[in-house]
Write a protein that binds this ligand. Structure first.
Ligand SMILES: [Zn+2]
Length: 176
């Protein structure tokens, strides 16, 4: 289990790994013996956009990533907004583009990151201006887009198929 979440957010007591009897059977959970807080570790929803811009797919390179990986625009929802509003906001924050059409592609698990990906196809307009989080972007013709075999890659593959393109897959780059 990840060491990232070690202390109780309510009283700062170190959390203990305990086995709880739950409706779905016994499960290991991080729990605070002092106040009873339980860290459920439920997956976090992540919004992801396949941006269609000038008839091509816009993929961007994140400053925090190793190598030359170009990927969908992703982001977290804010409290009090719909997924659609959150997606349009993330696109605007990261690329400066305006979204005129947003279509849900599907919902995909990404268990390695304990995330659930809510993927949209977004038709966007305007002038691209990247946020400091992104270092570069490229526009790909649909037949040139490559998908990795996890998370957002499955969303991209499904969307390409819906547009009549058999997706090409590529292995996720190894972390150095
Ligand atoms: Zn506590």
């Amino acid at each position: 289990m990840s060491g990232a979440f070690r202390f109780c957010p309510q009283c700062a007591t170190p959390l203990e790994l305990v086995t709880l009897a739950e409706d779905g059977g016994a499960k290991e959970r991080l729990r605070c013996a002092a106040c009873g807080y339980t860290h459920w570790n439920n997956p976090t929803p992540v919004l992801a956009a396949i941006i269609e811009y000038q008839g091509k797919v816009l993929l961007a390179q994140n400053a925090a990533w190793p190598g030359k990986m170009f990927a969908l625009i992703t982001g977290f929802m804010e409290a009090g907004e719909t997924p659609q509003a959150g997606m349009a906001r993330e696109i605007e924050e990261e690329t400066s583009l305006t979204t005129s059409e947003l279509n849900l592609i599907g919902v995909y698990d990404f268990q390695r990151m304990n995330q659930i990906i809510i993927a949209y196809h977004a038709v966007c307009h305007g002038e691209v201006k990247l946020s400091p989080e992104l270092v570069d972007y490229r526009l790909f013709a649909l037949e040139d887009v490559k998908c990795w075999r996890a998370g957002t890659g499955h969303a991209l593959a499904q969307w390409l198929r819906s547009r009549g393109h058999e997706p090409q897959f590529v292995d996720f780059p190894k972390r150095s």
